[in-house]
Structures are given as structure tokens and as C-alpha cells.
Design a protein around this ligand. Structure first.
Ligand code: M21
Length: 141
């Protein structure tokens, strides 16, 4: 499942190039998207939230309220090898985090909190991809 997560992350991360400028996410804040999973990377910058919104929008993963589009996210994850073992769980995990921060009005601020919550929950569940896994998968996309 960490393996599937690494495919999703690497593919999703490709969209960062197109979203750097409009999100204001500098290389200093985040060099490459897969660094998201590094143990020492802190998911804190509001700009990272803006970038995730921009990237998710390009992949049609958000609804009009800037919340996850459940069906599209499920289909997106299923489009990767063995994606069906992760899709439902991932939608649930993200939704659990969304509910925790639903009162934050600023979309970028809310989404970076959701992303940090999602990362922590993945680590706790043992399904966070390891850096070595990500490096290997990066060669495939
Ligand atoms: C998609 C693969 C890896 C990624 C990391 C960031 C995931 C953050 C989830 C937030 C989704 C947006 C929720 C909006 O309410």
C-alpha cells in the first residue's frame, strides 16, 4: 500500500511544475513534491496548501467548495497499479482530516493542515512511502 501511495504521489507531484508560480511555493519551501514524505519535512507553508489546491484542480480532484471530490479521487487512485487496495482507504483518511479543519476559512491554510494530518496518519498507519520507493517510481513517470 505504501507502494501504491508512492505511485499516486509521484504522478500527483508532476503537476507541481505548472503550479509553482501561481501558488508562490518557492524551492526553498519545497524542492520537489516527493520531499513531502521525508521524515524531516514539515508540512506547514500556506503556499504548499495553495499548490496542492492548484495541482488537485488540474486533476479534477476538488469540488466547488475546495473539498475533495470523493468519486474522482477514488477513480484517480484506482488508475494506478493495485490502486483498488488503497483508493477507499485514502478517500476516508483525507475526509477524516478534512472534517477536523473544516472551520478554517482560508482554503490554502486549511488544505496545508489537511495535508499535514494526512501525512501523519499515513505514517502512523505504516503506509507512508519511503524515499527509496519514491525514487524508483519517479523513473516510471
Ligand atoms: C495525492 C498524493 C499525495 C499527497 C499528498 C497531499 C495530499 C493532501 C490531501 C489534501 C487534499 C485536498 C483536500 C481538500 O479539502
Amino acid at each position: 500500500t505504501a507502494e501504491v501511495m508512492s505511485h499516486v504521489s509521484v504522478h500527483f507531484g508532476k503537476a507541481l511544475q505548472e503550479c509553482r508560480e501561481e501558488s508562490g511555493l518557492t524551492e526553498e519551501m519545497m524542492e520537489e513534491f516527493h520531499h513531502f514524505w521525508r521524515e524531516d519535512f514539515e508540512v506547514v507553508h500556506r503556499e504548499l496548501g495553495c499548490a496542492i489546491i492548484c495541482m488537485s484542480t488540474k486533476l479534477s480532484l476538488l469540488d466547488d467548495n475546495t473539498r475533495m471530490h470523493h468519486d474522482n479521487m477514488d477513480e484517480y487512485v484506482k488508475s494506478f497499479p493495485a490502486g483498488e487496495v488503497l483508493s477507499k482507504r485514502m478517500v476516508e483518511m483525507i475526509h477524516t482530516c478534512e472534517k477536523k479543519y473544516d472551520d478554517i476559512a482560508d482554503d490554502c491554510e486549511r488544505v496545508v493542515k489537511i495535508a499535514a494530518c494526512f501525512k501523519a496518519d499515513c505514517q502512523a498507519a505504516g503506509i507512508a512511502p519511503e524515499m527509496a520507493m519514491l525514487e524508483v517510481v519517479m523513473e516510471k513517470y
